[in-house]
Unconditional design. Sequence first.
Length: 382
Amino acid sequence: MRLYFECNMGAAGDMLAGALVDLFDDKRKVVEELNSLGFPDTEIVYSEKSVSGVSASYLEMIIGGEKEAQNGYRHAHSPRGLSEVFGIIESLGADEKVKSDAKNIYKIVAEAEAKAHNTEVGEVHFHELGMLDAIADITSCAYLINKLAPEKITASPVNVGNGSVKCAHGYLPVPAPATANILIGVPYYKSEIETELCTPTGAAILKYYADEFIKTPQLDSVRKIGMGAGTKELPQANVIRVFSYEDSGITELSCNIDDMTGEEAAFACEIMIKEGAPDCFITPIIMKKGRPAYLFTVLCKDGEAEKFARLIFKHTTTIGIRKYTPCRYTLEREFIEKNGVTVKRSEGYGATKEKYEFEDIKKLALEKDISVFEARKIIDNK
């Protein structure tokens, strides 16, 4: 599973967290999990918000019973140093990976703030960002992304808005200096919307997690779309969308081999399957001068073509590999339990197919000392 963040209306921590929550079927249960982490003096409240006629998940951080102001700025909290922020994160009931991710995101912000104020990272004191709601935003995103466990995350160029933004140091141009420092190396653009659309929190989360920023990604097999609503009421729908999709693109790598034994070729095929290739097969062929040979073929995900090319060169005698990108028609697949065994169910294009997992049939046959044919009949008659 992969994630793509569409940042046409910028990015803020609560919006990103809301969009991620929206990917789950039981959203309220996930928010209960976030509240159980033990954010001090903080309650995360989930609701569905209508934005320009569409529904989006809205996460509101209630700090000491106080709601966030419309402009996203709270006045009543004193600055916090990075060590204090880290102490709060370490006190949470999250696993170490979540805590590590949250602290690394804060390091990105601290470095950007230090550069903006010409000071050392250890001397940085967070104002808006150091508040408990920002800690909840960042750690919630870390928790949700680790729970989803995507194999890759990409994002669009970020709309930062325009005009100026009010912060602890007064009014600053959009993007604010710290945000601009975080966005170095990240594609972003200004728009006609006269407000801050990308916050330091949102920028840091994207920079930390996004493997790359793509303007027009290929989303072949979208499974779900999450929408996170922002606090500000704007002329355009103030939402961020996250697409959960599968990398359904397949690359075919093949080569002709005439100087390996069958055992050696079979071992290479086993390696490819073990490393995650959806399929690998060997086809007998006749080459020039009547020489018998093998056509060694590996099917892999588009993004793993180079990985498998390296493996083919390592485990076979070939000195050249052909690469193809075939078009495919595939059925949607899921695994269900039926008659006490696992069944692979495939559906689409007007067809529905079900097939027992052979390992379950084999297990029953061995347990009862019968043939696999008899075992299949027993399962069918349950």
